[in-house]
Design a protein around this ligand. Sequence first.
Ligand code: ATP
Ligand code: MG
Length: 138
Amino acid sequence: MPSTTFTMIKPDAVQNGHIGAILQQINEAGFRITAMEMTRLSRVEAETFYAVHKERPFFPDLVAYMTSGPIVAAILEKDQAVDDFRKLIGATDPAQAEEGTIRKKYASSIAANAIHGSDSDENAQIEGSFFFGTRQRF
Ligand code: ATP
Ligand code: MG
């Protein structure tokens, strides 16, 4: 049965002109885009989205980076969407990511790593409604 995940093409990948290539790879991997928006995160939105990392040393840089330019947010549908999408994007650090993954091809660094993918069905729902539902804060 189709399930959903949530993604953001991050500011570095948008800035470097990779929106089209990344969306094509997502579609060719069998995901259907069911919602999409190009937008820019406010500081509060970025802090809220990554609140789980707020005690980490990289948090201020992460928020600065995620608000540095436009992003493309989307909801994607496929069987096993969360797991299959994490495989398609590759490891957080592009140096560790497998050949052919989106991060291997397009990420600049562990901080500017081109794309986000939800890490669980529950977070996919929360993150999808953050952008496309009521914009409810969690
Ligand atoms: P995302 O949640 O964006 O899909 P992820 O689940 O692979 O990425 P997380 O551990 O959730 O990785 O980290 C969230 C984001 O914080 C990473 O994508 C990256 O942009 C940044 N980040 C994580 N670890 C580091 C680090 N050691 N140094 C700098 N930035 C980091
Ligand atoms: Mg994560």
